[in-house]
Ligand binder design. Structure first.
Ligand code: PMP
Length: 353
């Protein structure tokens, strides 16, 4: 696959922003008078007065060791939301090229497309929340403007993983890029597709430090793909898109392997506990199985339940407005105390016997 052919034409000879430090070999006594920083220091520590490494090399080295992928195959962004936006901006010509999404799914694919004036083809998931491969095939065969297909697995807000066979078929059939968003993969029963990246030149995997790794506040997202795709994203990103504080926090996260495993185990067992509890409630219509850190619940009156919870200062997400998700709440698995409060509050809605 020739990434250049997919790239928007005006980016073929594009000159990215370069800092003087890109070309320099740093030494211990190097004097940095190139970037208009304040050499006297910063309010927090000795390094924050300096711009961070634009290519996040130390962090990529640890992610590379963790993932088994080369640093050249890793892009880091200000949340995976930044990677979603940059993929659209790099590969979709506004008002001409399209992205394909499978609702109900994560809202930012369509929002980023809209911001960039890129039309969206929607091929809804089927009633079992698996993709409609025949309809997707028909769309991509008849509409050559589709450049990117976004797949979210485990999917937000439904919580299920999409079938590996279907993903593989799409990767083989589609001449554009398949963006596989694995934000919730750490909570799933199957491993990431990262190990298969080399097999599929059109595969881009998105992951984030906002979920299992507990760093939503740091804003750090990862994209894994073949080198030409990563180079394209790096060439159009703002130079210092990941702050020094975020890079430091992420380094700490990758060093805490044991803690990660423990947190995932707790979240999964709390998810199962919550799921069983929700199924036991007489006013709950359906509890969807989840391989993520949230549970989708269908209720006859989602809004009333949401209001009741809100009165007790418990915020959940009402997903009823999004297509194919009628009267549903999406409930994030909290810590054990929070989950107790949630269960207590929901119990109050049970009719008294
Ligand atoms: N992808 C999915 C499926 C998500 O649910 C989210 C956040 N809710 C994101 C991406 C964005 O993650 P980040 O915090 O890394 O921007």
């Amino acid at each position: 696959m020739d990434v250049n052919k997919l790239l928007r034409p005006h980016l073929h000879n594009f000159q990215p922003y370069r800092s003087a430090r890109d070309e320099t070999k740093w030494q211990k006594d190097t004097v940095f008078l190139d970037a208009n920083e304040n050499a006297l220091g910063s309010p927090l520590n000795d390094n924050l007065n300096r711009y961070p490494d634009p290519l996040q090399r130390e962090l990529k080295a640890i992610i590379s060791a963790d993932s088994g992928l080369k640093a050249d195959n890793i892009f880091l962004g200000n949340g995976s939301d930044e990677a979603i936006d940059l993929l659209i901006r790099a590969f979709c010509e506004p008002a001409t090229d399209k992205i394909l999404i499978m609702p109900p799914t994560y809202g930012m694919y369509a929002v980023s497309a809209a911001v960039n004036n890129v039309p969206v083809c929607q091929v809804p998931l089927q009633s079992d929340f698996q993709m409609n491969l025949a309809a997707i095939r028909k769309t991509i065969q008849t509409d050559s403007a589709v450049k990117l297909i976004f797949i979210c697995s485990p999917n937000n807000p439904t919580g299920n993983r999409l079938a590996d066979n279907d993903i593989e078929m799409l990767l083989k059939d589609f001449g554009g890029l398949v963006i596989l968003d694995e934000a919730y993969i750490d909570f799933a029963d199957r491993p990431s597709w990262k190990t298969r990246l080399a097999e599929f030149p059109n595969l881009v995997i998105l992951q984030t430090l906002s979920k299992a790794r507990g760093l939503a506040g740091a804003r750090l997202g990862m994209a894994f793909a073949q080198r030409d795709i990563i180079d394209a994203l790096n060439s159009i990103k703002p130079p210092y898109n990941v702050s020094a504080l975020s890079q430091e926090a992420a380094l700490a996260a990758f060093r805490q392997k044991k803690r990660l495993g423990q947190m995932i185990a707790t979240i999964k067992s709390e998810r199962e506990k919550l799921s069983r509890f929700l199924q036991s409630l007489s006013f709950v219509e359906k509890v969807y199985p989840s391989e993520a850190n949230f549970i989708l619940v269908a209720l006859p009156d989602a809004e009333a339940v949401q209001r009741h919870l809100l009165k007790q200062n418990i915020v959940v997400r009402n997903r009823s407005a999004i297509p194919h998700c009628p009267s549903c709440l999406r409930i994030t698995v909290g810590n054990p105390q929070e989950n107790e409060r949630l269960m207590q509050a929901l119990s109050e809605l049970e009719p008294q016997k």
